[in-house]
Design a protein around this ligand. Sequence first.
Ligand code: CA
Length: 226
Amino acid sequence: MRVLVIEDDDAIAEPLERGLAHEGFAVTRLALGGDALALIDRDTSFDVVLLDLGLPDMDGFSVCRQIRERSEIPVIVVSARGDEVDRVVGLELGADDYVVKPFGFRELVARIRAVARRSGADRSTDEETRVDLGHGLVIDNRSRRVTHDGEELALTRKEFDLLALLAEDPGATFTREVILERVWDPHWYGPTKTLDVHIAALRRKLGDPSIIETVRGVGFRLRGPS
Ligand code: CA
């Protein structure tokens, strides 16, 4: 899937670009609304546009309206402003979804997939969305459900995101920094104790604490396939 990111702030755009590329998206990033509109004039093959409202050259709402005049590409508005008026205006101008900064990376990816799916752009198969972790555990990224021997586990959103991240590469160690960046926020400066609390809760709910291994001083990994 091709994602066009329109964002002028490098501190947001760079980790976002890296993360999306890691998720398998082809990312094009532009910092100016005018450049983005010029690109869309030539190329309407993007599957999703992520549009920052606070751009240096144009009002983000105006960019949104003009994208809609030029193409059917779904637009997710990304804004530092969380108020309801902005949300309503964004959606009235044809945006498909609205995300408020700071946002969690996994939440954003879920929304990109949801918007793309509604527009028919997401052609990923069930095999890619369902991951069999072994030990009777199956994770379904599409419905965001985890089952253990067919019984659904009641995970919180963060617990699910955490497990989904580790399940991307069973056996590989994810550092605390990467986990905090990807599951919580691209700019997480809060206490990292939160991560340990979530890991503990997840282990308890999975019913087998050894499924998530601690790599001392580094991070965590899912027990690899035996
Ligand atoms: Ca901005």
